[in-house]
Design a protein around this ligand. Structure first.
Ligand SMILES: [Zn+2]
Ligand SMILES: [Zn+2]
Length: 112
């Protein structure tokens, strides 16, 4: 059942609400979603095709992160926020750039 109507930005597989990964550019009106963290990598290599956030949909709250999860450098004005959905849990990480997000994903994310 695909309640959210979200599908993977890379392989187009439907993603359930309690599964997968959501990526937002903050501030910004672009987003992407992934069924598996590994799918961030080919998506980034192929030029990172974002989807426009529909009008009226709320931006996710700022995570409070001040550094990039990959390089540890302070985040700039525009950041990428990746949220893992696992059942009822939401596990956010922030990145300074798509390149670092992809490098982090390639390395296995949080659970390397
Ligand atoms: Zn996928
Ligand atoms: Zn970084």
């Amino acid at each position: 059942m695909n309640v959210d109507g979200v599908s993977c930005s890379w392989c187009d597989r439907a993603i359930e609400r309690g599964d997968g990964w959501r990526l937002h550019e903050l501030p910004g009106a672009r987003r992407a979603a992934f069924c598996r963290l590994e799918h961030v990598v080919p998506w980034e290599i192929q030029g990172a095709h974002w989807e426009a956030v529909p009008p009226g949909e709320e931006e996710p709250e700022a995570s409070g992160d001040i550094t990039c999860a990959h390089c540890g450098e302070p985040l700039g004005d525009v950041t990428l926020r990746l949220v893992r959905h696992r059942g009822k849990h939401r596990i956010p990480d922030s990145f300074c750039s798509i390149g670092h997000l992809a490098a982090w994903a390639k390395a296995g994310g949080r659970w390397r």
